[in-house]
Design a protein around this ligand. Structure first.
Ligand SMILES: Cc1cc2nc3c(=O)[nH]c(=O)nc-3n(C[C@H](O)[C@H](O)[C@H](O)COP(=O)(O)O)c2cc1C
Length: 188
C-alpha cells in the first residue's frame, strides 16, 4: 500500500543541533516513500551537516539563507511555504522554538514558518540536551506554540543517550517515527 506521503510535497527545515545527522535518514526515507522533499537549513545547521548531503538525497538544491535565490518568481520563503503540503522542522533547536514562539524571522527556516499558510501542518521534532529540554523557558515557548498555532504538531523528543554523553529526555525521534507522524498528519 502506498504511503500517505507518496506524491506529497514535504518541506524539511534543519536547525542547529547534533541530530542534524539523523535528518539525512529522514530525507532518504521520505524520498523512498514517494514524497517530493525540499530542504532548507539555518546557518547553524550547516555547521553540523553539509547542504550537499541533502541536495544529493532530495535531488533538489538546498537553500541556507533568505537572500539566496532559486528559480521561483516570488520570494523563496513565500514560494516554499505555499508549495509545501507539510513543513517539518527536524531537528528543531531550542533557539528555533524561541524564534517561532516570538514570531521572529532572522533565518530562512523561521521566516518560512512565519509565512506558512495557517492550514498547512507544521511538525517540529525538538532535539536538545535534557537540561535545555527541561528549561522552563523552552517549555513556555512550546506552550505558546501549542496554544497559538492550530497547525502546530510535535514528534518526540525521546529519552535515551544524548550527544553530551548523558541519558535523558531531549533526543530527536528516529526517522521512522517522524515519517509515521508525517503520514498520520497527511492521511487526515
Ligand atoms: C556542539 C553544539 C551542539 C549543539 N546542539 C544543540 C542541540 O542539540 N539542540 C539545540 O537546541 N541547540 C544546540 N546547540 C545550540 C544551537 O546550535 C544554537 O542555539 C544555534 O544558535 C541554533 O541556531 P538555529 O536555531 O538558527 O539553527 C548546539 C551548539 C553547539 C556548539
Amino acid at each position: 500500500m502506498a504511503s500517505p506521503v507518496a506524491g506529497k510535497k514535504i518541506l524539511l527545515g534543519l536547525t542547529g543541533g547534533i541530530a542534524c545527522y539523523k535528518a539525512a535518514a529522514l530525507t532518504s526515507r521520505l524520498v523512498q516513500a514517494g514524497a517530493s522533499v525540499r530542504v532548507i537549513m539555518t546557518e547553524a545547521a550547516t555547521q553540523f551537516v553539509a547542504p550537499l548531503t541533502f541536495q544529493s538525497l532530495s535531488g533538489h538544491a538546498v537553500l541556507t539563507g533568505m537572500w539566496q535565490h532559486d528559480d521561483r518568481p516570488d520570494s523563496q520563503h513565500i514560494g516554499l511555504a505555499r508549495w509545501a503540503d507539510a513543513f517539518v522542522i527536524a531537528p528543531c533547536s531550542a533557539d528555533m522554538l524561541a524564534k517561532l514562539a516570538a514570531g521572529l524571522t532572522p533565518d530562512l527556516v523561521s521566516l518560512t514558518a512565519c509565512a506558512l499558510p495557517a492550514t498547512t501542518p507544521l511538525l517540529a521534532a525538538p532535539a536538545m540536551n535534557a537540561d535545555m529540554w527541561a528549561n522552563p523557558i523552552v517549555q513556555r515557548n512550546l506552550k505558546i506554540l501549542r496554544e497559538t498555532l492550530p497547525a502546530w504538531h510535535e514528534v518526540g523528543p525521546a529519552e535515551g543517550w544524548q550527544a553530551c554523553r548523558t541519558q535523558g529526555a531531549g533526543r530527536m525521534s528516529e526517522a521512522e517515527e517522524i515519517v509515521t507522524a508525517i503520514e498520520t498528519l497527511l492521511a487526515k
